[in-house]
Design a protein around this ligand. Sequence first.
Ligand SMILES: C[S@@+](CC[C@H](N)C(=O)[O-])C[C@H]1O[C@@H](n2cnc3c(N)ncnc32)[C@H](O)[C@@H]1O
Length: 288
Amino acid sequence: MKINSRNVIFALFTSASAFTKANNSTKPNYVDYPEKSTVEEIKKRFDNDVERFSNLETGQKTTIDARINMDIVVQSANKVNPDAKKILDVGCGAGNYAIRMLEENPEIESVSLIDLSMPMLERAGERIGESSDAEVNSIQGDIREVELPNDSHDIIIAAATLHHLRSDEEWYSVYKKLFDTLKPGGSLWVFDMVEHEGKGVSEIMWENYGEYLSDLKDDKFKNYVFDYIAKEDTPQSLTYQMNMMQKVGFENIDVLHKKSCFASFGGVKPLDENHQEACISKSLNRRR
Ligand SMILES: C[S@@+](CC[C@H](N)C(=O)[O-])C[C@H]1O[C@@H](n2cnc3c(N)ncnc32)[C@H](O)[C@@H]1O
């Protein structure tokens, strides 16, 4: 395992902050963007949560169907890109998804990790090194700011991270950046908290999620989680994100799994003509 320190980028930005009110409702009371957690606040929270995120069961305790989503994401990524050599994990945390990807495909040669939090990156690098010889490139920075090379990655995973994006411009430019850094034929897979279209369905889904949290612990815990979602997160709906993926150029966009406010989905960067011809002759050669 090699952490490439030349690739460690410090690209943090700050914005205004304020505090949210206590929440006892069936739905997080979102605060406006200027009142949301700053990048620095989000970074600090995750700097102090490395232990929890070093284990899928504890790290994703407050998400629904974490294991099912991880399994279907990893299986789909490896089915679509079985010859993948270079993968990127955006908001890698302590590396749960990257480790699982390497278990599924030990032929992967290099893993790029992006995260705001240096302690998360360090832990992810250590954990990957314990079970794999893949090269690890760690990039500390905000996915909105980090520069990535074009046509470079076979697979990108973004798990429980993109819900920190705020404006339409940010969502568009991040999806475009992820599209551009994929090789033609490469794929992007997202697992995340999602909002819903329209008040009615949205209320039902948040109520379901609230019940899940209360059952997991109690109503106090549910209110605690809803309060930090209100303060920190700005999830978008599946429809919004899949439309955005289509807009930047993805094809074969599909939902893998969805329950309540959590979903996994993905899409593929189309092959250009040269790559299409190369793939056809490769598969003909395989059949001979
Ligand atoms: C909820 S954790 C998920 C970690 C990991 N993907 C997993 O599933 O175990 C979210 C991670 O995304 C990182 N993160 C949040 N916003 C980010 C941003 N704008 N750019 C890069 N990383 C970000 C956090 O520091 C944190 O480590």
